[in-house]
Ligand binder design. Structure first.
Ligand SMILES: *[C@@H]1O[C@H](CO)[C@@H](O)[C@H](O)[C@H]1NC(C)=O
Ligand SMILES: *[C@@H]1O[C@H](CO)[C@@H](O)[C@H](O)[C@H]1NC(C)=O
Ligand SMILES: *[C@@H]1O[C@H](CO)[C@@H](O)[C@H](O)[C@H]1NC(C)=O
Ligand SMILES: *[C@@H]1O[C@H](CO)[C@@H](O)[C@H](O)[C@H]1NC(C)=O
Ligand SMILES: *[C@@H]1O[C@H](CO)[C@@H](O)[C@H](O)[C@H]1NC(C)=O
Ligand SMILES: *[C@@H]1O[C@H](CO)[C@@H](O)[C@H](O)[C@H]1NC(C)=O
Ligand SMILES: *[C@@H]1O[C@H](CO)[C@@H](O)[C@H](O)[C@H]1NC(C)=O
Length: 424
């Protein structure tokens, strides 16, 4: 009698295990029915289901659900669940019923429903689809063409967010180097929950040849502010006071700052990271309407200081704090005279050195003359005597020589005649 009972147990266990990972105790709830999935907007995925059949009348039905690998577990009385999902990969929801919100209560068998990405070659989808919200004014999305796409693909970008009501298309798609880009207006709505929302973005092509690519951009991140504007620099008691105006649309508590000071004299490049910009000096409060002030101690005022500022959102108001604004325009303070002084010194030093070298050479030449007096050269003297004569005197010299020669000839003739006379 014992043996068959044991076998029965084993058999039951095998059966139990055979039902797979999502098994439930025998006495638990029946599973939910008619689980289905649909897509709204661009990528709001909605799962709906019906209550289980044959549930205990005493049970106050609750539904336990989670995504893929036990992510985002939830117990709620509603018979639907939605999620914004970039539909670039398959996503599944598992749902079971139970009779209380107690998490340790075992739910019914879980039923699963998945949604797959749209059809098409995954290699054809655009890559690196990214969007940045510029100064809370417009959103600019960029992407790279997929690997298996023709270069003349005509892209379209659709976007949706809660305040729009319907899906819109981005009008002006343009190339930006290797990337393709499109910008659309997106201004902050007064709605206090606006920033809890996201923008859904989808990029595909006109001809339907590439697989659509999706992105969901939370409005609490990817914000790039415009650069701030420096209004005033001043030295007070050896400290440098920097005043600037923040970009529009931002509260100053929501921004962090970086102040760059380049000193021409020390050739230093200092960066000051400012979490909370404030000047101790009350003089600066309300000095310039709507400006932020920051004091930097120990800046040399005897040289030219060039200051620039940039800002980014901080964790107080936004989820990420990675995107710096461009640098502001640069503003300088300090003595520019020093700079011209350096330039003049740079010019004057070579001149002085050159002059000194020339003087030294001349002096050395004179010294040489004193130590080694020049030996007189007769040829040179002769040259000096006649060197400076012009053509006229040259004539005279030739004549002179000619006269001398004729005279010598006559002399010899006279000698011959006298010899002849002696022989006669
Ligand atoms: C499931 O859906 C079908 C048809 O849509 C319907 O006839 C059926 O009653 C539904 N089941 C439950 C439990 O609601
Ligand atoms: C349902 O609750 C009632 C009263 O609370 C109880 O009498 C009844 O036995 C319960 N039924 C079941 C199936 O638990
Ligand atoms: C949940 O259920 C467990 C046992 O099933 C019980 O010990 C616990 O007290 C329950 N918690 C609540 C909040 O009902
Ligand atoms: C893109 O549009 C241009 C002009 O409208 C057209 O000539 C071209 O064939 C289109 N490319 C594709 C891949 O359809
Ligand atoms: C930031 O700098 C880049 C590159 O110099 C420029 O293209 C862009 O327009 C600038 N953005 C703003 C808001 O000034
Ligand atoms: C800059 O600030 C200093 C000190 O407050 C002030 O004297 C000066 O007039 C200001 N310059 C401008 C252009 O506002
Ligand atoms: C300050 O110096 C750094 C490093 O040499 C340089 O990159 C930067 O452009 C300079 N800033 C200005 C405003 O010239």
């Amino acid at each position: 009698m014992e043996r068959p009972a044991r076998l029965c147990w084993l058999w039951a266990l095998l059966l139990y295990a055979g039902r797979g990972g999502v098994a439930a105790p025998a006495e638990s709830q029946p599973p939910v029915t008619n689980l289905s999935v649909s897509v709204e907007n661009l990528c709001t995925i909605i799962w709906t289901w019906n209550p289980p059949e044959g549930a205990s009348p005493n049970c106050s039905l609750k539904y336990f659900s989670h995504f893929g690998n036990n992510q985002d577990k939830k117990i709620a009385p509603e018979t639907h669940r939605s999620k914004e999902v970039p539909l670039n990969e398959r996503i599944c929801l598992q749902v079971g019923s139970q009779c209380s919100t107690n998490e340790s209560e075992k739910p019914s068998i879980l039923v699963e429903k998945c949604i797959s990405p749209p059809e098409g070659d995954p290699e054809s989808a655009v890559t690196e689809l990214q969007c940045i919200w510029h100064n809370l004014r417009y959103m600019k999305c960029t992407w790279l063409p997929g690997r298996n796409t023709s270069p003349d693909t005509n892209y379209t970008l659709s976007y949706w967010h809660r305040s729009l009501g319907k899906t819109l298309q981005c009008e002006n798609i343009y190339r930006e180097g290797q990337h393709i880009a499109c910008s659309f207006d997106l201004t902050k709505v007064k709605d206090s929950s606006f920033e809890q929302h996201s923008v859904q973005v989808m990029v595909k092509d006109n001809a339907g040849k590439i697989r659509p690519s999706y992105n969901i951009v939370p409005l609490t991140s990817h914000v790039k502010p415009d650069p701030p504007h420096i209004k005033n620099l001043s030295f007070q008691n050896g400290d440098l006071y920097v005043q600037w105006k923040n970009p529009q649309n931002f509260q100053s508590k929501c921004l962090s700052y970086e102040v760059e000071v380049n000193n021409s004299h020390a050739e230093t490049h200092d960066i000051f990271y400012v979490e909370e910009a404030k000047c101790q000096n009350t003089e600066f409060k309300g000095n310039l309407e709507g400006t932020i002030c920051f004091m930097i101690p120990g800046i040399r005022s005897d040289a030219l200081n060039t200051v620039r500022i940039r800002v980014k959102t901080n964790k107080l108001c936004y989820e990420d704090d990675k995107l710096w604004s461009n640098w502001s325009q640069a503003m300088s303070i300090g003595q520019k005279a020093n700079l011209t002084f350096y330039i003049t010194t740079l010019l004057i030093i070579p001149v002085i050195v050159a002059a000194a070298v020339i003087v030294l050479l001349l002096y050395l030449k004179r010294l040489k003359i004193i130590i080694f007096p020049p030996i007189p050269d007769p040829g040179k003297i002769f040259k000096e005597m006649f060197g400076d004569q012009n053509d006229d005197t040259l004539h005279w010299k030739k004549y002179d020589i000619y006269e001398k020669q004729t005279k010598e000839e006559t002399d010899s003739v006279v000698l011959i005649e006298s010899l002849k006379r002696a022989s006669q």
